[in-house]
Design a protein around this ligand. Structure first.
Ligand code: FAD
Length: 436
């Protein structure tokens, strides 16, 4: 039996591609090595996921699952001396204004079941061990937990294997970003101090001089907290992830304020190998999507959105190629260009985030902001990748300002020095909150 498409991996990328194709009446096989629900990090979504949820027909299921609503993002310095609060609703160029904070075990499971209900054949506990592709067809070999091996054939292959990077590794295509060799330590906690009211759902980013924390509310009592830091610092520290994690948050007055009543609900986890891309995102009858295309440092919570954005595009291309009976090679080239462009947009923002000039301009926008630069940045951070020229020139101008500021300061320097004030007082008195 020949499938129209085989998909490797059942994360948000794989399940999105499977649902689009199944709803278009295509014969799809999705192979996932784990059994869901399974733990996965990456819990803060972007508002522009919503357009894709609508098209997938899964919005009602998500609404009844009771996920936390996210209306904005907050950026704080570790000593609370500066705070920037971005509110999606107030962004002039932002078409979707609300997003979700999700426990990935529940979210990914819901999406995978939706693919199944939409008509895709989903096999959990099946690990893909080999794939070959040529102009004519795809052949995939997979093994289940009992050791049984099967070979499947299809017209197209979508690699959604995440950071497992199945076909990219097979073809030795992975390039690791030389300046972003980071590691993340993270866990779930209860008793984290989030804001009250609508801002409770915000993702909080706490920027230290050379690292940053995220705080993401998941349920009424549970929150996700993680730090992203240099791999080198982690190695030099010679501490367990738990010891190091605690030492770092305790060094910041802002974090002490948020974490003073927090209790861990799991052991602190560690993951490295950040920020890479594959030199090629396509091959004959093959498309790489989500983290299997490239993975970006999670500072702006772009991962799940980019996985679903690329999955949507890949599925539409495959569906069209199947309808016209060709191998879609021209459309595949366009796909690669578009995904590289999207990755580059965020890549530039991520690289900037780790530099002082970018941070100084970013957290100290002009109060009147006549050029509406912040609106463009808010739109990009919400997931607006089709905003056209109105976003493009403002993004460009923002980076010009960062360059000018690096040579001739146009806003005051930031200080990360943690003073001896009690955390609560620091948060209440020093924070300059700009609500946009
Ligand atoms: P995945 O979700 O990783 O799914 C891939 C699936 O493929 C897995 O289920 C895996 O089991 C399966 N698989 C792999 N190999 C095989 C094989 N050989 N055979 C069969 N199945 C296979 N993103 C956000 O949007 N917001 C965040 O706040 C955020 N925070 C993050 C924090 C950290 C520390 C990290 C590391 C990532 C974060 N991300 C975040 C990124 C996000 O987790 C990923 O971008 C997202 O999960 C990508 O989805 P995907 O479907 O491409 O891959």
């Amino acid at each position: 039996m020949k499938y129209d498409a085989i998909i490797i991996g059942g994360g948000p990328g794989g399940s999105t591609a499977a649902t689009y194709l199944a709803r278009a009446g295509r014969k799809v096989l999705l192979l996932e090595k784990e059994h869901f629900p399974r733990f996965h990090i990456g819990e803060s979504l972007l508002p522009y996921n919503n357009g894709i949820f609508e098209e997938l027909g899964v919005s009602d299921k998500l609404a009844s699952a009771g996920f936390h609503k996210k209306y904005g993002a907050q950026f704080h310095l570790s000593n609370s001396s500066k705070t920037l609060k971005l509110c999606f609703r107030k962004g002039k160029y932002t078409r979707h204004i609300m997003s979700l904070q999700v426990e990935r075990s529940k979210f990914d499971h819901l999406l995978l079941n939706h693919s199944r209900e939409s008509g895709a054949e989903v096999r959990e506990g099946w690990t893909v061990t080999k794939s070959t592709n040529d102009q004519q067809q795809i052949t995939v070999t997979a093994r289940d937990e009992s050791g049984k091996v099967e070979t499947f054939e299809a017209h197209f292959l979508i690699d959604a294997s995440g950071r497992g990077n199945f076909t990219g590794n097979q073809e030795n295509l992975r390039e690791i970003h030389p300046h972003l060799k980071k590691i993340s330590l993270f866990g779930h906690f209860e008793g984290v101090r989030f804001d009250e009211g609508e801002s409770r759902g915000d993702t909080c980013v706490i920027r230290f001089e050379n690292k940053w924390f995220w705080l993401i509310p998941l349920t009424e009592s549970k929150g996700s907290v993680g730090v992203v830091m240099e791999q080198e610092e982690f190695i030099k520290a010679r501490q367990t992830p738990t010891e190091l994690f605690e030492r770092i948050w305790k060094s910041s007055s802002h974090m002490r304020h948020r974490m003073e009543n927090a209790r861990p609900l799991m052991d602190i986890q560690a993951t490295g190998d950040f920020s890479y891309y594959n030199r090629k995102l396509i091959g004959p009858r093959l498309l790489r999507i989500g983290d299997a295309a490239g993975f970006l440092d999670p500072i702006f919570s772009t991962g799940v959105f980019l996985a679903m954005y690329s999955a949507r595009m890949a599925a539409l291309i495959v569906d069209k190629a199947l309808a016209t009976g060709n191998d879609g090679s021209k459309a595949l080239i366009k796909y690669e260009k578009k995904i590289f462009k999207a990755l580059n947009y965020y890549w530039e923002m991520v690289e900037g985030f780790y530099t002082r000039p970018f941070m100084e301009i970013f957290v100290q926008p002009q109060p009147r902001d006549r050029a509406r630069l912040v609106d463009a940045i808010v739109a990009l951070l919400a997931g607006e990748l089709e905003g056209g020229w109105k976003i493009e020139w403002r993004r460009w101008l923002f980076f010009i300002l960062v360059k000018i500021h690096a040579r001739r300061p146009i806003v005051p320097p930031l200080s990360f020095a943690d003073d001896a004030m009690p955390a609560e007082a620091v948060c209440a008195t020093n924070a300059r909150q700009i609500s946009l």
